[in-house]
Design a protein around this ligand. Structure first.
Ligand code: SAH
Length: 369
C-alpha cells in the first residue's frame, strides 16, 4: 500500500471562523450568541456574497458601533494578497495569497470570450504524490478551510466586478477546483465552499452548480459522497492513462482504486446527476501518448456521457518528462474521435507565469522554505 497523505498536519493556530465556514442556520446562531438579531448575519451575507465587500467602514446599513464586532465575528480577513502576475495581455492573472499562518496558496483568473473562470486551491500542497505535478512533489502542508476556499472565489468575483480584467466589468462565471490540492481529500470544507458558490444570493454567490468543476485523482469514496449531495457540479477525473500498470505510478492512488472502479464511480455520478463528466489526460511524450492507449481509452469511454480533456504536459522543473509531439497528440485525438468520444485539447493559459496545471505556488513555496 502506498503512503499517501490523507490526514493533513493540524494547523498550529486555527484560521479565524468566517461567515462562509458556517451554514445559514449556524450564521444566525452565531449572531444570536453575540447578542445580535439573526438578520445581522443576513446583512453581512449580502455585503460579502452580493457586493464582495468586507470593509466595515462602508456598511451604512449597520450601526457604527456594531460594524467592527460584526466584521471580527463574521468576516475576518483570510487572504492577504502577496502579489499578482499577469500574462496573455492581462487575460490570465495569478494571485498569490498569504493565509493567517503564513501559508501560501494561489488562484488563477482566466478571461475567455464567453466566460471568466477562476482556478482555485483546496489544500496548501497536496498529498497525492502524482510525479508529474509540481504540487504533488511538495507534499501536503494543510487543508484549507471553507472560508479560505470561498474567499479565493469572492476575491476573483470582486476583481471581475471592478473591471480589473481587460474588456472591463464582467461576471465571474466558472470555478474549477484545479489549483493546489485534492478537493475530495478535504471533503467537508470543499463541500461547504461549493454550497457557498452555488447557493443563491444572499446566502451564496449564485454560481450555477454546472459551472463549478471538481477535479479529482479518483477518490471513489469521495465521488460516492458527492453523489449523495444533490449538487450537480461537473466532475473531472484525472485519469492520465487507461491502464492500471502505468496509472499505479502516474496517479499513485490507483493502487487503492483501479481505473475500472474510478470510471464506474464516474458513471454512477453521471447516472444520478445526468451530468457529462470530464476525463483529464496530461499527454506525456512516450509515456502515455501511444496509439494503443488512445485506443484502450476510446474503448473504455465509447457510448459514455464523458468528454476527454487532453492537457499538453507542463513539465515541472527538473522533470525528465515533456509534452507529446504534435503528431502524437493529433493521432490521439483522432483515435478517440473514431470511437465517438468528444475530445478537446486544453489551451496552456498561464504557462509563462507558472500558473498552468500543476505549477501553482510551487516556485513560491520552494523559495519560502
Ligand atoms: N487533485 C486534483 C486537482 C489538481 S490539478 C486532480 O488531480 O484532479 C488539475 C489537473 O492538472 C489535474 O488533472 C492534474 O493531473 C493536472 N496536472 C497536474 N500537473 C500537471 C502538469 N505538470 N501538466 C499538465 N497537467 C497537470
Amino acid at each position: 500500500m502506498i503512503d499517501l497523505v490523507f490526514d493533513a498536519p493540524v494547523e498550529k493556530k486555527k484560521a479565524p471562523i468566517h461567515l462562509s465556514d458556517l451554514t445559514v442556520a449556524q450564521r444566525k446562531e452565531r449572531a444570536e450568541e453575540l447578542g445580535l438579531p439573526a438578520f445581522r448575519a443576513n446583512q453581512l451575507a449580502v455585503h460579502f456574497f452580493t457586493h464582495y465587500n468586507d470593509d466595515p467602514e462602508s456598511w451604512s446599513d449597520i450601526p457604527k458601533e456594531l460594524r467592527q464586532p460584526l466584521a471580527d465575528a463574521f468576516l475576518p480577513k483570510l487572504l492577504t494578497l502577496v502579489r499578482s502576475i499577469t500574462c496573455d495581455g492581462g487575460k490570465t492573472r495569478k494571485d498569490l495569497w498569504r493565509l493567517h499562518d503564513g501559508v501560501l496558496v494561489e488562484s488563477v483568473l482566466m478571461k475567455y470570450t464567453d466566460r471568466t473562470t477562476v482556478c482555485i486551491s483546496s489544500q496548501a500542497g497536496c498529498g497525492m504524490k502524482c510525479p508529474f505535478c509540481a504540487t504533488g512533489q511538495a507534499g501536503l502542508t494543510r487543508n484549507l478551510t471553507a472560508g479560505e476556499i470561498t474567499a479565493q472565489v469572492v476575491m476573483a468575483a470582486k476583481a471581475c466586478a471592478a473591471g480589473e480584467l481587460p474588456g472591463g466589468e464582467t461576471r465571474l462565471s466558472n470555478v474549477v477546483f484545479m489549483g493546489m490540492g485534492e478537493p475530495l481529500a478535504n471533503y467537508k470544507p470543499v463541500m461547504q465552499s461549493v454550497r457557498n458558490l452555488t447557493s443563491p444570493q444572499p446566502n451564496g454567490l449564485g454560481i450555477g452548480a454546472r459551472s463549478v468543476t471538481v477535479s479529482t485523482v479518483g477518490l471513489v469514496s469521495g465521488i460516492d459522497k458527492l453523489i449523495d449531495e444533490d449538487i450537480p457540479v461537473t466532475l473531472a477525473i484525472s485519469l492520465h492513462t487507461p491502464d492500471d500498470e502505468l496509472r499505479d505510478s502516474l496517479v499513485p492512488i490507483n493502487s487503492r482504486w483501479k481505473v475500472r472502479e474510478v470510471l464506474q464511480a464516474a458513471d454512477r455520478y453521471e447516472a444520478k446527476t445526468g451530468r457529462r463528466y470530464s476525463i483529464e489526460y496530461a499527454l506525456i511524450r512516450d509515456i502515455n501518448d501511444q496509439a494503443w492507449r488512445a485506443d484502450l481509452l476510446g474503448r473504455l469511454l465509447k457510448n459514455k456521457n464523458a468528454h476527454v480533456n487532453l492537457i499538453p504536459l507542463n513539465p515541472t522543473p527538473g522533470s525528465k518528462w515533456t509534452a507529446s509531439r504534435a503528431e502524437d497528440e493529433r493521432a490521439f485525438v483522432e483515435i478517440l474521435e473514431g470511437y465517438g468520444v468528444p475530445v478537446t485539447v486544453r489551451d496552456t493559459r498561464g504557462r509563462e507565469i507558472d500558473g498552468a496545471c500543476g505549477q501553482l505556488a510551487a516556485a513560491e513555496v520552494s523559495s519560502a522554505k
